[in-house]
Write a protein that binds this ligand. Structure first.
Ligand code: GLV
Length: 387
């Protein structure tokens, strides 16, 4: 067994064990991938303040997100096609999150359905919604999430139109994959993936096929998603959806102070500062760079979470110290899943928790809830002056 010490180790195994088209789907940004790269490199600009001779006993990473107790304030982000990274991937990730004590968010574009994940877990998870033009479908999926006991709706607001990721087009991404000669060659070296996949019935979009009108197979599904994501989504619709849902609402994809103010005004329980992992508007600034301004604008009005760029416990600490109440990880746990299934997701969470705990201690803090900007060294020009 390889010794896993970091998310980078899991990423290497993920790449080795997963079909190229799905690894690439995870490890892509849109267009030039500038925003994708800066999401991580901007974290590196922030340094940590080493403190000494502070009692470091009895440390805790436990906290709360939207009033829910969490073992650490790190939720699993919604990731499309998770069940293609590893057979039954969403169920495996949800189980790992439940055992670890952190929230799991199921994507609309998941392979395992809401009902399937609910059946294989015991605690409520969060459900992420993409707003589609087909209002009956949207109403029905909100109802399905309620019946399944989902405790929060994560409404994604930055993907009315899909950003172009070159690799997905070049690889001919589909779920399940089409068996073209290059795919067959690739699968020949990914035998573990193939054997597990042959044993599961969950091979395409479980929340959609059989639920949305006229969507019976992958070919029509592609057309359907391109046509069906609702480009008219606006704040009025957000208000309507909030009412229909009636439980905790988290708005995802906030990157601008004005949008953060609107999100607070509609009464979201939390917002996620996010640029969709650099997968949507290439050229946008990183989430961590936008966080301080958003905190100043709405930090006292709404709970703020952050995603895009978190690959370590040090990154988690930086986001928390700048004011976020919690963060979401996507690629970091998908690397674990692709590498080692459920155990890999647990390993990813354990790696991040250990890094967070030790970093916190070496910064002279014992409780994640006490983190503040004084543990950081932030360059004067970190936020930059953008006209
Ligand atoms: C969907 O959420 C994607 O980013 O691919």
């Amino acid at each position: 067994m390889p010794v896993i010490t970091s998310i980078a180790d899991l990423k290497r195994l993920h790449k080795r064990r997963t079909p190229k088209m799905f690894y690439d789907y995870c490890e892509s940004g849109s267009w030039t991938e500038q925003t994708f790269r800066e999401n991580t490199s901007d974290f590196d600009q922030i340094r940590l303040r080493q403190r000494i001779a502070v009692d470091m006993s009895d440390r805790t990473t436990a906290s709360q997100m939207i009033g829910q107790d969490v073992a650490m304030p790190v939720a699993l982000a919604p990731v499309g096609l998770t069940g293609m990274q590893r057979a039954d991937g969403e169920i495996k990730a949800a189980r790992a999150a439940e055992k670890f004590g952190v929230p799991f968010t199921l994507s609309t574009m998941s392979i395992c359905s809401i009902e399937d994940v609910a059946e294989h877990t015991t605690k409520p998870f969060w459900f992420q919604l993409y707003v589609m033009r087909d209002e009956d479908y949207v109403d029905a999926i909100i109802e399905r999430a309620k019946v399944a006991g989902c405790s929060a709706l994560v409404l994604t607001l930055d993907l009315q139109i899909l950003g172009q990721r070159h690799k997905d087009l070049k690889n001919g991404l589909t779920a399940p994959p089409k068996l073209t000669p290059p795919v067959i060659l690739d699968l020949a070296t990914k035998w573990r993936w193939g054997i597990e996949m042959l044993q599961t019935k969950r091979k395409t979009f479980g929340n959609i096929v059989g639920h949305a009108k006229g969507v019976e197979n992958m070919n029509s599904l592609h057309t359907w998603t391109a046509e069906q994501f609702d480009p008219r989504l606006d704040w009025e619709k957000v208000r309507i959806l909030k009412k229909k849902w009636g439980r905790k609402l988290i708005l995802k994809g906030i990157l601008d102070v004005e949008d953060a103010k609107m999100a607070a005004e509609v009464g979201a329980d939390a917002i996620i500062v996010s640029n969709h992992g650099g997968r949507q508007l290439d050229g946008a600034l990183s989430s961590i760079k936008m966080l301080p301004g958003i905190m100043r604008a709405v930090g006292d009005k709404v709970e703020v979470h952050l995603d895009s760029g978190i690959r370590s416990g040090q990154d988690v600490l930086k986001a928390l110290a700048l004011g976020a109440k919690g963060v979401m990880i996507g690629r970091a746990y998908i690397h674990g899943l692709g590498a080692m299934g459920e155990k890999g997701v647990t390993t990813a969470l354990a790696v991040i928790q250990k890094e967070l705990d030790i970093t916190m201690a070496l910064c002279g803090k014992r409780d994640v809830k006490d983190l503040s900007p004084d543990v950081l060294l932030v360059p004067d020009d970190f936020e930059g002056k953008w006209a």
